[in-house]
Ligand binder design. Structure first.
Ligand code: PGA
Length: 252
């Protein structure tokens, strides 16, 4: 059965106390009013993981990190490994967000390595893909997304693929207020599902959760989520306000 997910990506926002207090509020909300149709996940900075994990023990909200190291352990000052993330109680990690690809020069080979490490540590991976504005304007968006998936994901086994969630995030829509139209999102999600079908077969493709991300907000979420191949969202800016985040979850 294909799972619907709404994941909040806090990015580099909120200090420890703000993050924990936000989590208490959101967690309490979903205890009182459980999200019936979607799994709700908070993807927090590393420093919040342990504290958030304690809070959500009583509740239904899931937890993820936004990145992990590309090595398993050792002398890598400043890095946080997938095993460490897993040990906090987190279940997910975002890999390949466009901000990591752009600002930290993470390429397909590195992302493939991180994905393997995360899966081997028992985490599920929210793997991001998406084209920049110029690539869409020149009609290269399908080709770009295909390359990102082939190089980043398609060396995984079928069993590993079951622990992958794909997030399609057109870079031109992230934090810009520009959203892909529901038709543009559906077209790309269908294309992604078809690629997975070709590589892994119908069962895995049909069960794969594909999220949309990029300026998703309460006013556009319902329309985007209504498309047959859109199984939820990866929410940045709007995940920092409880009312907006909850409204997006309810739009499913
Ligand atoms: P946004 O970010 O909702 O602020 O556009 C989405 C994301 O980057 O995951």
């Amino acid at each position: 059965m294909r799972k619907k997910i709404v994941a909040g990506n806090w990015k580099m926002n909120m200090n420890l106390e703000e993050g924990l207090s936000f989590t208490r509020t959101v967690n309490q909300y979903f205890i009182e009013k459980p999200a019936r149709k979607a799994e709700v996940i908070l993807c927090t900075p590393y420093i919040h993981l342990n504290g958030v994990s304690e809070i959500i023990k009583k509740g239904k909200v899931g937890l993820g990190a936004q990145n992990c190291a590309s090595e398993a352990s050792g002398a890598y000052t400043g890095e946080v490994s997938a095993v460490m993330i897993k040990s906090t109680g987190a279940q997910y990690v975002i890999i390949g967000h466009s901000e990591r690809r752009t600002y930290y020069h993470e390429n397909d080979a590195l992302l493939s390595k991180k994905t393997m490490l995360a899966l081997n540590s028992g985490l599920k991976v929210i793997f991001c893909c998406g084209e920049v504005k110029e690539e869409r304007e020149t009609g290269k968006h399908f080709e770009i997304v295909k390359r990102q998936l082939k190089e980043g994901l398609f060396s995984l086994s079928a069993a590993d693929m079951e622990n992958i969630v794909i997030a399609y995030e057109p870079v031109w829509a992230i934090g810009t207020g520009l959203t892909a139209t529901p038709e543009q999102a559906q077209e790309m999600h269908k294309y992604i599902r078809d690629l997975v079908n070709e590589k892994y077969g119908k069962d895995i493709a049909e069960d794969l959760t594909i999220l949309y991300g990029g300026s998703c907000k309460p006013s556009n979420a319902a329309e985007i989520f209504s498309k047959p191949d859109v199984d939820g969202g990866l929410i940045g800016g709007a995940s920092l306000k409880k009312e907006d985040f909850v409204a997006i979850v309810e739009a499913i």
